[in-house]
Design a protein around this ligand. Structure first.
Ligand code: NI
Length: 135
């Protein structure tokens, strides 16, 4: 039986959207208040979807304790209560848009999750604005 298992997680982080090649005025015009030089915060909600075949012996697709711990170790500890632009390697040069954060999280989890599973990551920047990778 093929099935999907979901785990939700959460982190708070600050960021600023900007292109260093642009002036402050150009950044503010394109990114709006998200380009404010002194940063702002979001309560990011993460939804991790794992798809695969249920193990007939255990009835499990994946042990949710294991998935919870993977997300905690590799995502929450890395990003929670951080300034994404200043405190994280991933966004030192990459603009921390919801799109890019979602893709970075997918790459990190893809690396540590058994390749027998399909992985989808959905990231909510606000309750109404969210992105998903792969599309
Ligand atoms: Ni923002």
């Amino acid at each position: 039986m093929r099935i999907a298992v979901f785990r939700r997680a959460h982190f708070n982080a600050a960021h600023r959207l900007h292109r260093p090649e642009w002036s402050l005025e150009e950044n503010l015009e394109f990114f709006g208040v998200c380009a404010n030089p002194n940063y702002h915060g979001h309560n990011y909600e993460l939804e991790v979807k794992v798809v695969g075949e249920v193990n007939p012996d255990t009835g499990f697709l994946i042990d949710l304790k294991v998935l919870k711990e993977l997300i905690h170790q590799h995502i929450e500890l890395r990003f929670d209560h951080k300034n994404l632009n200043l405190d994280t390697e991933a966004f030192k040069t990459l603009n921390p848009t919801a799109e890019n954060i979602c893709f970075v999280i997918w790459q990190i989890l893809r690396d540590v999750l058994d390749e027998k599973y399909e992985l989808t990551v959905r990231l909510y920047e606000t309750p109404r604005n969210y992105v998903e990778y792969p599309a």
